[in-house]
Design a binder for this molecule. Sequence first.
Ligand SMILES: Nc1ncnc2c1ncn2[C@@H]1O[C@H](COP(=O)(O)OP(=O)(O)OP(=O)(O)O)[C@@H](O)[C@H]1O
Ligand SMILES: [Mg+2]
Length: 387
Amino acid sequence: MQHELIIRTRLLEELAVRCAESPAVALLGARQVGKTTLARMFVEGREDVAWFDLETVSGRERLRAMPEKVLASLRGLVVIDEIQRMPELFALLRPLCDRPDVPARFLLLGSASPDLVRGVSESLAGRIQFLPVPGLGLDEVGADQMDRLWIRGGFPPAFLARSAGAAGRWQDGFVQTFLERDIPQLGIRVPAAALRRFWMLAAHYHGQVLNVSELARGLDVAPRTARHYLDILAGAFVLRQLPPWHANLGKRQVKSPKLYLRDSGILHHFLGVAGLEGLLAHPRLGASWEGFALEQVLARLGDREAFFWATQRGAEVDLVVFRGGRPLGFEFKATEAPRLTPSMRVALDDLGLAHLWVLHPGRGDPYPLHDRVTACPLARWTPATAP
Ligand SMILES: Nc1ncnc2c1ncn2[C@@H]1O[C@H](COP(=O)(O)OP(=O)(O)OP(=O)(O)O)[C@@H](O)[C@H]1O
Ligand SMILES: [Mg+2]
């Protein structure tokens, strides 16, 4: 596919910082999100680069016979793409990362989280920095492209496709390849048709508190199986489980995570949403906006300390992110002119939010709803705006 290249400046800068700090950095993200392209941009112009593509037979052969020796002999920057194809390399890298003179640094690219690939988290704990690669962000494509990014999602081939039809066909192929090739390649044995049905069902529960038994009943599988499917799709970065925050209150709070499809384009694909008009008239408009805006905020703030909060009595905040120990709140409202709600007041007080952002798809300037609440177009929000 021929198209313009979007320069992902923020990720490239972050990658440079991480590589300078740590002997091993892993770029992790969903299939097709742009990891290899990013790494190519990063090494462009450098001469001390050794590149192993484990997707190819020759790439695997180069490391099969004596991987310790080969890796130990390298100098400069060593890129290993598709690391999930040979997870045993992680254990071999460990002593190489401990060498005091740091003769080589390693940049690993993969599309499965360490939890999904056995042995990885243990073998490199503390030695490797993980840098998540999300789909394209609003700051990368420009505010004027927001509707397109929201509808088609952040996979570059879908976002950049010539037509909505072409984007849909790409998504269809992506889902099929993911189920029939990528998951089996991880050594995971699940029927592709069952996993597809689970994924589609998850789309219908997008933005809702997870109820595993209900999902399992819907598919006529055991709850344990449903959980396994959840772990697979989350570990491959296509689903997100947002954990609940338990504040130390006398109130009954929701204790299950919330479920999201991470890419809004794949969500719309499964829901059969066609175009902006279809989306604006769709009953899941609010949930779609919530998931889209949530991913945009988490791409900028990181998702390590990210939660939602809800009480049994109905007060809630879509997202709470701790920054420097202080809780910031986010509400995502698919309306042009959001207002302060009783639920927001409760959250401000109960959680002691430093600030609450109400992010909406409209235009115009941010405006205050309260001394600690600001309504702001998503396209105008940046982490720097946070007080
Ligand atoms: N920044 C970008 N601008 C334009 N197109 C991009 C960009 N990044 C990736 N693409 C396109 O998206 C597709 C997937 O990119 P790439 O191969 O880099 O992803 P990946 O994450 O390495 O995928 P995989 O996990 O399948 O190896 C390619 O067609 C690529 O040209
Ligand atoms: Mg790749």
